[in-house]
Design a protein around this ligand. Structure first.
Ligand code: PMP
Length: 433
Protein backbone atom coordinates (compact mmCIF):
# COMPACT_ATOMS: atom_id res chain seq x y z
CA UNK A 1 0.00 0.00 0.00
CA UNK A 2 1.46 3.38 -1.02
CA UNK A 3 1.71 6.31 1.42
CA UNK A 4 -1.08 7.95 -0.54
CA UNK A 5 -3.39 4.92 -0.12
CA UNK A 6 -2.55 4.71 3.61
CA UNK A 7 -3.39 8.41 4.02
CA UNK A 8 -6.67 7.87 2.21
CA UNK A 9 -7.63 4.95 4.47
CA UNK A 10 -6.75 7.05 7.53
CA UNK A 11 -8.93 9.95 6.32
CA UNK A 12 -11.84 7.59 5.67
CA UNK A 13 -11.35 6.10 9.15
CA UNK A 14 -11.45 9.59 10.70
CA UNK A 15 -14.64 10.36 8.78
CA UNK A 16 -16.52 7.26 9.94
CA UNK A 17 -14.86 6.66 13.34
CA UNK A 18 -13.90 10.17 14.44
CA UNK A 19 -10.44 11.46 15.31
CA UNK A 20 -10.17 10.10 18.84
CA UNK A 21 -10.49 6.34 18.44
CA UNK A 22 -7.08 5.14 19.65
CA UNK A 23 -4.56 4.17 16.99
CA UNK A 24 -1.04 2.90 17.68
CA UNK A 25 2.14 4.56 16.37
CA UNK A 26 2.91 7.91 14.71
CA UNK A 27 2.75 6.10 11.38
CA UNK A 28 -0.27 3.81 11.85
CA UNK A 29 0.22 0.20 10.93
CA UNK A 30 -2.09 -1.58 8.48
CA UNK A 31 -1.93 -5.25 9.36
CA UNK A 32 -3.30 -7.86 7.00
CA UNK A 33 -2.14 -11.25 8.31
CA UNK A 34 -0.93 -13.04 11.44
CA UNK A 35 0.69 -16.36 12.30
CA UNK A 36 2.13 -17.40 15.68
CA UNK A 37 4.11 -14.42 17.02
CA UNK A 38 4.33 -12.74 13.59
CA UNK A 39 2.23 -10.11 11.83
CA UNK A 40 2.43 -8.80 8.25
CA UNK A 41 1.48 -5.37 6.97
CA UNK A 42 -0.11 -4.46 3.65
CA UNK A 43 3.33 -4.14 2.02
CA UNK A 44 4.38 -7.63 3.06
CA UNK A 45 6.71 -6.43 5.83
CA UNK A 46 6.91 -8.80 8.80
CA UNK A 47 6.68 -7.64 12.44
CA UNK A 48 7.47 -9.50 15.65
CA UNK A 49 4.48 -9.15 17.97
CA UNK A 50 5.73 -8.41 21.50
CA UNK A 51 2.55 -6.63 22.50
CA UNK A 52 -0.61 -8.66 21.97
CA UNK A 53 -1.92 -11.00 24.64
CA UNK A 54 -5.30 -11.66 23.00
CA UNK A 55 -3.76 -14.12 20.49
CA UNK A 56 -2.66 -16.04 23.59
CA UNK A 57 -1.68 -19.29 21.86
CA UNK A 58 -0.51 -17.47 18.73
CA UNK A 59 -2.17 -15.52 15.92
CA UNK A 60 -4.58 -17.65 13.88
CA UNK A 61 -3.65 -20.80 15.79
CA UNK A 62 -4.72 -23.66 13.45
CA UNK A 63 -6.18 -25.84 16.24
CA UNK A 64 -8.31 -22.93 17.51
CA UNK A 65 -9.43 -21.98 14.00
CA UNK A 66 -10.32 -25.61 13.27
CA UNK A 67 -12.40 -25.93 16.48
CA UNK A 68 -14.16 -22.66 15.65
CA UNK A 69 -15.03 -23.58 12.07
CA UNK A 70 -16.07 -27.15 12.98
CA UNK A 71 -18.61 -25.92 15.59
CA UNK A 72 -19.70 -22.91 13.48
CA UNK A 73 -20.62 -25.27 10.67
CA UNK A 74 -22.55 -27.57 13.06
CA UNK A 75 -24.59 -25.35 15.40
CA UNK A 76 -24.43 -21.94 17.04
CA UNK A 77 -27.17 -21.07 19.50
CA UNK A 78 -27.62 -19.20 22.82
CA UNK A 79 -27.51 -20.80 26.26
CA UNK A 80 -31.23 -21.33 26.91
CA UNK A 81 -30.93 -24.83 25.49
CA UNK A 82 -28.87 -27.67 26.89
CA UNK A 83 -25.52 -28.11 25.17
CA UNK A 84 -22.43 -30.09 26.14
CA UNK A 85 -19.90 -27.45 25.14
CA UNK A 86 -20.68 -24.89 27.83
CA UNK A 87 -20.85 -27.49 30.60
CA UNK A 88 -17.68 -29.28 29.48
CA UNK A 89 -15.83 -25.99 29.13
CA UNK A 90 -16.91 -24.57 32.48
CA UNK A 91 -16.07 -27.80 34.30
CA UNK A 92 -12.59 -27.64 32.81
CA UNK A 93 -12.19 -23.91 33.43
CA UNK A 94 -13.38 -23.92 37.04
CA UNK A 95 -11.01 -26.83 37.79
CA UNK A 96 -8.14 -24.33 37.36
CA UNK A 97 -9.42 -22.30 40.35
CA UNK A 98 -9.24 -22.78 44.11
CA UNK A 99 -11.97 -24.97 45.63
CA UNK A 100 -14.18 -22.07 46.66
CA UNK A 101 -14.57 -20.83 43.07
CA UNK A 102 -16.48 -23.50 41.20
CA UNK A 103 -19.29 -21.66 39.43
CA UNK A 104 -19.15 -19.35 36.41
CA UNK A 105 -21.08 -17.09 34.03
CA UNK A 106 -19.97 -16.32 30.49
CA UNK A 107 -19.96 -12.96 28.71
CA UNK A 108 -18.30 -11.51 25.60
CA UNK A 109 -15.91 -8.83 26.90
CA UNK A 110 -13.80 -8.00 29.92
CA UNK A 111 -15.92 -4.88 30.47
CA UNK A 112 -19.10 -6.95 30.62
CA UNK A 113 -17.43 -9.32 33.09
CA UNK A 114 -16.42 -6.48 35.38
CA UNK A 115 -19.87 -4.93 35.06
CA UNK A 116 -21.42 -8.23 36.13
CA UNK A 117 -18.92 -8.60 38.99
CA UNK A 118 -19.80 -5.11 40.27
CA UNK A 119 -23.51 -5.87 40.12
CA UNK A 120 -23.00 -9.16 41.93
CA UNK A 121 -20.75 -7.62 44.60
CA UNK A 122 -23.20 -4.79 45.22
CA UNK A 123 -26.20 -7.12 45.28
CA UNK A 124 -24.61 -9.67 47.63
CA UNK A 125 -23.05 -7.19 50.10
CA UNK A 126 -25.80 -4.57 50.05
CA UNK A 127 -23.01 -1.99 49.69
CA UNK A 128 -22.18 0.43 46.86
CA UNK A 129 -18.61 1.53 47.56
CA UNK A 130 -15.84 0.09 45.36
CA UNK A 131 -12.12 0.61 46.00
CA UNK A 132 -9.62 0.66 43.12
CA UNK A 133 -6.15 2.07 42.44
CA UNK A 134 -5.74 5.70 41.43
CA UNK A 135 -4.65 4.64 37.92
CA UNK A 136 -7.15 1.94 37.05
CA UNK A 137 -8.59 0.72 33.75
CA UNK A 138 -11.11 -2.12 33.84
CA UNK A 139 -13.22 -1.48 30.74
CA UNK A 140 -15.83 0.74 29.19
CA UNK A 141 -19.42 0.23 30.44
CA UNK A 142 -20.98 2.94 32.61
CA UNK A 143 -20.38 1.29 36.00
CA UNK A 144 -16.91 0.20 34.89
CA UNK A 145 -16.07 3.71 33.63
CA UNK A 146 -16.81 4.91 37.19
CA UNK A 147 -13.93 2.75 38.46
CA UNK A 148 -11.63 3.81 35.59
CA UNK A 149 -9.56 6.33 37.54
CA UNK A 150 -6.83 6.39 34.89
CA UNK A 151 -8.82 7.73 31.98
CA UNK A 152 -12.54 8.11 32.64
CA UNK A 153 -14.33 11.37 33.52
CA UNK A 154 -17.09 9.35 35.25
CA UNK A 155 -14.56 8.31 37.93
CA UNK A 156 -14.01 11.96 38.92
CA UNK A 157 -17.60 12.67 39.91
CA UNK A 158 -18.92 9.37 41.27
CA UNK A 159 -19.55 8.94 45.00
CA UNK A 160 -19.41 5.15 44.71
CA UNK A 161 -15.67 4.82 44.08
CA UNK A 162 -12.56 5.65 46.13
CA UNK A 163 -8.97 5.16 45.08
CA UNK A 164 -5.71 4.30 46.83
CA UNK A 165 -2.24 5.07 45.41
CA UNK A 166 -0.76 2.44 43.08
CA UNK A 167 1.25 0.01 45.28
CA UNK A 168 4.62 0.62 43.69
CA UNK A 169 7.84 -0.60 45.35
CA UNK A 170 9.95 1.34 42.81
CA UNK A 171 8.70 4.82 43.74
CA UNK A 172 7.11 4.02 47.11
CA UNK A 173 5.80 6.46 49.72
CA UNK A 174 8.07 8.64 51.92
CA UNK A 175 11.13 6.44 51.30
CA UNK A 176 9.50 3.44 53.02
CA UNK A 177 10.41 -0.11 51.95
CA UNK A 178 9.37 -3.72 52.66
CA UNK A 179 6.78 -4.34 55.38
CA UNK A 180 6.52 -0.67 56.29
CA UNK A 181 5.64 0.20 52.69
CA UNK A 182 3.06 -2.61 52.48
CA UNK A 183 1.53 -1.30 55.70
CA UNK A 184 1.49 2.30 54.39
CA UNK A 185 -0.39 1.27 51.24
CA UNK A 186 -2.81 -0.90 53.25
CA UNK A 187 -3.43 2.13 55.48
CA UNK A 188 -4.48 4.07 52.35
CA UNK A 189 -7.06 1.36 51.62
CA UNK A 190 -8.32 1.73 55.20
CA UNK A 191 -8.58 5.49 54.62
CA UNK A 192 -10.80 4.83 51.59
CA UNK A 193 -13.01 2.56 53.72
CA UNK A 194 -13.20 5.21 56.47
CA UNK A 195 -14.12 7.91 53.91
CA UNK A 196 -16.95 5.75 52.57
CA UNK A 197 -18.24 5.22 56.10
CA UNK A 198 -18.01 8.95 56.87
CA UNK A 199 -20.18 9.57 53.79
CA UNK A 200 -22.70 6.91 54.83
CA UNK A 201 -21.74 4.52 52.01
CA UNK A 202 -21.33 0.80 52.74
CA UNK A 203 -18.33 -0.93 51.15
CA UNK A 204 -19.09 -3.49 48.41
CA UNK A 205 -15.52 -4.48 47.57
CA UNK A 206 -12.06 -3.90 46.21
CA UNK A 207 -11.42 -4.57 42.51
CA UNK A 208 -7.83 -4.83 41.26
CA UNK A 209 -5.74 -6.59 38.66
CA UNK A 210 -3.52 -8.87 40.81
CA UNK A 211 -0.44 -7.94 38.72
CA UNK A 212 -1.36 -4.22 38.63
CA UNK A 213 -0.53 -4.48 34.94
CA UNK A 214 -2.08 -1.31 33.51
CA UNK A 215 -0.57 0.53 36.46
CA UNK A 216 2.90 -0.58 35.25
CA UNK A 217 3.17 -4.29 36.15
CA UNK A 218 4.19 -3.20 39.62
CA UNK A 219 6.34 -5.02 42.14
CA UNK A 220 3.73 -5.03 44.90
CA UNK A 221 5.19 -4.77 48.44
CA UNK A 222 4.87 -8.27 49.97
CA UNK A 223 1.79 -8.61 52.18
CA UNK A 224 0.05 -5.47 50.90
CA UNK A 225 -2.80 -7.12 48.99
CA UNK A 226 -3.51 -9.66 51.75
CA UNK A 227 -3.77 -6.81 54.30
CA UNK A 228 -5.88 -4.64 52.01
CA UNK A 229 -8.33 -7.46 51.26
CA UNK A 230 -8.61 -8.32 54.97
CA UNK A 231 -9.56 -4.70 55.71
CA UNK A 232 -12.18 -4.67 52.93
CA UNK A 233 -13.65 -7.98 54.12
CA UNK A 234 -13.72 -6.67 57.69
CA UNK A 235 -15.84 -3.79 56.35
CA UNK A 236 -18.25 -6.28 54.70
CA UNK A 237 -16.87 -6.03 51.14
CA UNK A 238 -15.58 -8.66 48.72
CA UNK A 239 -12.38 -9.10 46.71
CA UNK A 240 -12.77 -9.01 42.91
CA UNK A 241 -9.63 -10.05 40.99
CA UNK A 242 -9.60 -8.68 37.43
CA UNK A 243 -7.68 -11.36 35.49
CA UNK A 244 -8.86 -10.04 32.11
CA UNK A 245 -5.32 -9.14 31.07
CA UNK A 246 -3.06 -11.38 33.12
CA UNK A 247 -4.90 -14.69 33.45
CA UNK A 248 -4.65 -18.02 31.60
CA UNK A 249 -1.14 -18.97 32.67
CA UNK A 250 0.74 -15.88 31.53
CA UNK A 251 2.72 -15.78 34.77
CA UNK A 252 4.04 -19.29 34.06
CA UNK A 253 3.98 -20.52 37.64
CA UNK A 254 0.26 -20.18 38.29
CA UNK A 255 -2.73 -20.35 35.98
CA UNK A 256 -4.19 -17.24 37.65
CA UNK A 257 -2.24 -14.19 38.77
CA UNK A 258 -4.06 -14.00 42.13
CA UNK A 259 -2.61 -17.42 43.00
CA UNK A 260 0.75 -15.72 43.69
CA UNK A 261 -0.88 -14.31 46.81
CA UNK A 262 -2.09 -15.98 49.97
CA UNK A 263 -5.66 -15.14 48.97
CA UNK A 264 -8.75 -16.58 47.30
CA UNK A 265 -10.90 -13.92 45.63
CA UNK A 266 -14.69 -13.91 45.97
CA UNK A 267 -15.07 -13.08 42.27
CA UNK A 268 -12.63 -13.36 39.34
CA UNK A 269 -13.20 -11.72 35.96
CA UNK A 270 -11.65 -13.00 32.72
CA UNK A 271 -11.54 -12.08 29.04
CA UNK A 272 -8.98 -11.10 26.42
CA UNK A 273 -6.83 -14.27 25.94
CA UNK A 274 -9.74 -16.58 26.79
CA UNK A 275 -10.91 -16.94 23.15
CA UNK A 276 -7.60 -16.16 21.38
CA UNK A 277 -9.34 -13.28 19.55
CA UNK A 278 -12.88 -14.65 19.60
CA UNK A 279 -15.06 -12.57 22.00
CA UNK A 280 -15.21 -14.89 24.99
CA UNK A 281 -15.12 -13.62 28.58
CA UNK A 282 -16.56 -14.53 31.95
CA UNK A 283 -16.88 -14.39 35.70
CA UNK A 284 -16.03 -17.11 38.21
CA UNK A 285 -17.33 -16.61 41.74
CA UNK A 286 -18.28 -18.26 44.98
CA UNK A 287 -21.31 -20.41 44.07
CA UNK A 288 -23.51 -18.88 46.77
CA UNK A 289 -22.93 -15.42 45.28
CA UNK A 290 -23.89 -16.53 41.77
CA UNK A 291 -26.94 -18.41 43.05
CA UNK A 292 -28.16 -15.48 45.19
CA UNK A 293 -27.58 -12.87 42.46
CA UNK A 294 -29.04 -14.83 39.55
CA UNK A 295 -32.09 -15.93 41.56
CA UNK A 296 -33.16 -12.28 41.78
CA UNK A 297 -31.70 -10.73 38.63
CA UNK A 298 -32.30 -12.81 35.54
CA UNK A 299 -28.91 -12.74 33.83
CA UNK A 300 -28.86 -13.76 30.20
CA UNK A 301 -26.23 -12.91 27.61
CA UNK A 302 -27.25 -13.66 24.01
CA UNK A 303 -23.75 -14.40 22.73
CA UNK A 304 -21.96 -15.32 25.97
CA UNK A 305 -21.23 -19.03 26.26
CA UNK A 306 -22.55 -20.09 22.86
CA UNK A 307 -21.31 -23.47 21.53
CA UNK A 308 -18.81 -21.85 19.13
CA UNK A 309 -17.28 -19.67 21.86
CA UNK A 310 -17.00 -22.64 24.18
CA UNK A 311 -15.38 -24.80 21.47
CA UNK A 312 -12.86 -22.01 20.97
CA UNK A 313 -12.25 -21.64 24.73
CA UNK A 314 -11.68 -25.38 25.04
CA UNK A 315 -9.21 -25.37 22.12
CA UNK A 316 -7.25 -22.54 23.80
CA UNK A 317 -6.95 -24.64 26.97
CA UNK A 318 -5.91 -27.67 24.89
CA UNK A 319 -3.14 -25.78 23.10
CA UNK A 320 -1.88 -24.21 26.33
CA UNK A 321 -1.56 -27.70 27.80
CA UNK A 322 -0.35 -29.64 24.73
CA UNK A 323 2.34 -27.08 23.86
CA UNK A 324 3.48 -26.60 27.50
CA UNK A 325 3.04 -22.88 27.13
CA UNK A 326 3.11 -22.16 30.86
CA UNK A 327 6.51 -23.85 31.08
CA UNK A 328 7.57 -21.77 28.08
CA UNK A 329 6.42 -18.61 29.88
CA UNK A 330 8.79 -19.53 32.71
CA UNK A 331 11.83 -20.48 30.65
CA UNK A 332 11.58 -18.02 27.75
CA UNK A 333 10.30 -15.41 30.23
CA UNK A 334 13.47 -15.82 32.35
CA UNK A 335 15.60 -15.54 29.19
CA UNK A 336 13.92 -12.27 28.18
CA UNK A 337 14.27 -10.85 31.70
CA UNK A 338 17.98 -11.72 31.82
CA UNK A 339 18.47 -9.95 28.48
CA UNK A 340 16.54 -6.89 29.62
CA UNK A 341 18.64 -6.73 32.82
CA UNK A 342 21.81 -6.74 30.68
CA UNK A 343 20.38 -3.81 28.73
CA UNK A 344 19.66 -2.07 32.05
CA UNK A 345 23.37 -2.30 32.96
CA UNK A 346 24.27 -0.82 29.60
CA UNK A 347 21.66 1.92 29.26
CA UNK A 348 21.06 4.58 31.97
CA UNK A 349 17.57 5.18 30.64
CA UNK A 350 16.34 1.86 32.05
CA UNK A 351 15.49 2.44 35.72
CA UNK A 352 13.92 -0.93 36.48
CA UNK A 353 12.99 -4.18 34.74
CA UNK A 354 9.96 -6.04 36.08
CA UNK A 355 8.68 -9.41 34.95
CA UNK A 356 5.99 -11.98 35.58
CA UNK A 357 6.36 -14.99 33.31
CA UNK A 358 5.67 -13.81 29.76
CA UNK A 359 4.99 -10.17 30.74
CA UNK A 360 7.69 -7.52 31.12
CA UNK A 361 7.78 -3.86 32.06
CA UNK A 362 10.80 -1.66 31.38
CA UNK A 363 10.59 1.51 33.44
CA UNK A 364 12.33 4.38 31.65
CA UNK A 365 13.72 7.29 33.68
CA UNK A 366 15.63 10.47 32.76
CA UNK A 367 17.72 10.06 35.90
CA UNK A 368 18.00 7.02 38.13
CA UNK A 369 18.09 9.08 41.35
CA UNK A 370 15.12 11.38 40.77
CA UNK A 371 13.33 8.63 38.75
CA UNK A 372 11.86 11.35 36.52
CA UNK A 373 9.68 9.48 33.98
CA UNK A 374 11.10 9.42 30.43
CA UNK A 375 7.81 9.77 28.60
CA UNK A 376 9.00 11.34 25.33
CA UNK A 377 11.83 8.80 25.12
CA UNK A 378 9.35 5.94 25.60
CA UNK A 379 7.22 7.23 22.74
CA UNK A 380 10.26 7.54 20.50
CA UNK A 381 11.42 4.03 21.36
CA UNK A 382 8.12 2.35 20.50
CA UNK A 383 7.97 4.18 17.17
CA UNK A 384 11.58 3.30 16.28
CA UNK A 385 10.98 -0.33 17.29
CA UNK A 386 7.95 -0.38 14.99
CA UNK A 387 10.09 0.97 12.12
CA UNK A 388 12.55 -1.85 12.80
CA UNK A 389 9.80 -4.52 12.81
CA UNK A 390 9.15 -5.10 16.54
CA UNK A 391 5.80 -4.17 18.08
CA UNK A 392 5.65 -2.99 21.70
CA UNK A 393 3.76 -0.27 23.58
CA UNK A 394 3.77 1.74 26.81
CA UNK A 395 1.89 1.68 30.13
CA UNK A 396 1.85 3.48 33.45
CA UNK A 397 0.75 6.82 34.88
CA UNK A 398 3.27 8.70 32.71
CA UNK A 399 3.24 6.32 29.73
CA UNK A 400 6.94 5.91 30.39
CA UNK A 401 7.06 2.15 30.92
CA UNK A 402 7.63 -0.17 27.97
CA UNK A 403 5.00 -2.90 27.89
CA UNK A 404 6.22 -6.22 26.50
CA UNK A 405 3.53 -8.91 26.52
CA UNK A 406 3.91 -11.28 23.57
CA UNK A 407 1.74 -14.26 22.61
CA UNK A 408 2.67 -17.27 24.77
CA UNK A 409 4.52 -19.28 22.05
CA UNK A 410 7.29 -16.59 22.07
CA UNK A 411 10.69 -18.36 21.88
CA UNK A 412 14.30 -17.41 22.77
CA UNK A 413 15.02 -16.81 19.06
CA UNK A 414 12.25 -14.17 19.09
CA UNK A 415 13.61 -12.76 22.34
CA UNK A 416 17.00 -12.27 20.64
CA UNK A 417 15.36 -10.16 17.92
CA UNK A 418 13.52 -8.10 20.56
CA UNK A 419 16.64 -7.56 22.69
CA UNK A 420 18.95 -6.72 19.79
CA UNK A 421 16.47 -4.26 18.33
CA UNK A 422 15.87 -2.57 21.68
CA UNK A 423 19.63 -2.31 22.21
CA UNK A 424 20.07 -0.70 18.75
CA UNK A 425 17.26 1.78 19.38
CA UNK A 426 18.67 2.74 22.80
CA UNK A 427 22.15 3.23 21.29
CA UNK A 428 20.59 5.39 18.59
CA UNK A 429 18.76 7.46 21.23
CA UNK A 430 21.97 7.99 23.17
CA UNK A 431 23.48 9.46 20.02
CA UNK A 432 25.67 6.45 19.29
CA UNK A 433 24.45 6.16 15.71
N1 PMP B 1 -9.76 -5.25 32.60
C1 PMP B 1 -8.47 -5.09 32.26
C2 PMP B 1 -7.41 -5.26 33.30
C3 PMP B 1 -8.13 -4.75 30.95
O1 PMP B 1 -6.84 -4.58 30.63
C4 PMP B 1 -9.17 -4.60 29.99
C5 PMP B 1 -8.86 -4.29 28.53
N2 PMP B 1 -7.68 -3.67 28.27
C6 PMP B 1 -10.49 -4.77 30.40
C7 PMP B 1 -10.76 -5.11 31.70
C8 PMP B 1 -11.64 -4.58 29.43
O2 PMP B 1 -11.74 -5.63 28.55
P1 PMP B 1 -12.56 -5.45 27.16
O3 PMP B 1 -11.82 -4.48 26.31
O4 PMP B 1 -12.61 -6.86 26.61
O5 PMP B 1 -13.92 -4.96 27.52
Amino acid sequence: MSDHQAQDLLSRRYRVMGHHTPLFYEKPLQLVRGEGVWLWDSEGKRYLDVYNNVPHVGHCNPRVVEALSRQASTLNIHTRYLHNNIVDYLERLTATFDDGLQMAMLTCTGSESNELALRMARYCTGGQGIIVTDFAYHGNTEAVAEIGTGFMPESRTTKRVKAFPIPDSYRGIDGLTGEALAQAYADRVQQAIDQFHAEGIKVAGILVCPDFANEGLLNVPAGFLEQAVAKVRQAGGVFIADEVQVGFGRSGKHFWAHQWYDLTPDIVTMGKPMGNGHPLAGVVARPEMIEAFSKESMYFNTFGGNPVSCAVGMAVLDVLEQDNLMQNALTTGAYVTEGLRKLQHKHELIGEVRDLGMFFAVELVRDRTSKAPAKAEARRIINRMRDKGVLISTIGVHDSILKLRPPMPFQPEHADILLQTLDQVLIEMEGGV
